[in-house]
Design a protein around this ligand. Structure first.
Ligand code: HEC
Length: 233
């Protein structure tokens, strides 16, 4: 295919220097012209295929330095019973250690976390289908996990929050969480998960709605990242 395309561009080149006319190079080019006529239908196909816009992911993406570990916001004293202080502190420690804020805090995925909205959800999405293979991947936006009742998890039961973290189930046990590495959290002890839930309930409720998911194939102008490991060929 490439050979045909080369012949075609040779023919259209009227800018060849005068002294080259009639030279052996030019004669070879005339022969190619005959082949051009013979293979004309094929050439058209070749050119039509080649001129289609090619999807080049390397033109569309840039490298980022995400923030992976950031301070968890402090619990608010009035939001939990004093006898639960140890549990809440342990929850804070675990949330910080497990890097929950890296996804659930706006801007963190681009290296600029909005700490006044820590854990209140990300406007930067995460692709869960490979954007290097298809132009419009499916995207989820790490949700608000502060106790706000409208935009966060304020109305979720303890069991629903625990299941999201340890089993990767959505609120109504209806779907699997696609991106969160819940597989890495399944071995948390019951006590540790309870601590995380108590802590999440005791932080400030921040009103912040994250964008709706983007289905695979759907276009979006919203920013998103993709986590992947690639081996050299
Ligand atoms: C790699 C990014 C990432 C990390 C790290 C992460 N999450 Fe998530 N989390 C998400 C995404 C994305 C969703 C929404 C998933 C979906 O709809 O598929 C989610 C959903 C949730 C939900 C359900 C809330 C809802 O509205 O759907 C809870 C609760 C939650 N995460 C808590 C945590 C906790 C606690 C940690 C740390 C132990 C954590 N997450 C770590 C990305 C992450």
């Amino acid at each position: 295919m490439r050979g045909f395309r080369y012949v075609f561009s040779d023919m259209s080149s009227d800018t060849a220097p005068e002294q080259n006319r009639g030279s052996p190079v030019q004669k070879a080019s005339d022969m190619n012209a005959c082949r051009l006529v013979l293979f004309a239908p094929l050439i058209l196909i070749a050119c039509a295929t080649e001129s289609e816009p090619q999807y080049d992911p390397l033109q569309q993406y840039e490298e980022l330095d995400a923030v992976t570990i950031l301070d968890a916001p402090s619990a608010i004293a009035g939001n939990f019973a004093p006898e639960h202080l140890y549990r809440v502190r342990r929850g804070e420690y675990l949330v910080e250690l497990l890097g929950c804020g890296a996804c659930h805090t706006d801007g963190a995925l681009e290296g600029a976390p909005q700490m006044d909205r820590a854990l209140a959800g990300s406007g930067i999405g995460i692709a869960y289908t490979n954007p290097l293979g298809t132009e419009n991947p499916g995207i989820v936006f790490p949700p608000n996990i502060t106790p706000d009742e409208e935009t966060g998890i304020g109305l979720w039961s303890d069991q629903q929050i625990e299941q999201a973290i340890r089993v990767g189930l959505g609120r109504h046990a209806d779907r699997r969480i696609a991106v969160m590495p819940w597989q890495g959290y399944t071995k948390l002890t019951a006590e540790d998960v309870t601590s995380i839930v108590s802590y999440l309930r005791s932080i400030e409720a921040v009103r912040h709605q994250v964008p709706d998911d983007v289905a695979p194939g759907e276009k979006t102008k919203r920013p998103y990242v993709y986590f992947g490991i690639y081996r050299s060929r």
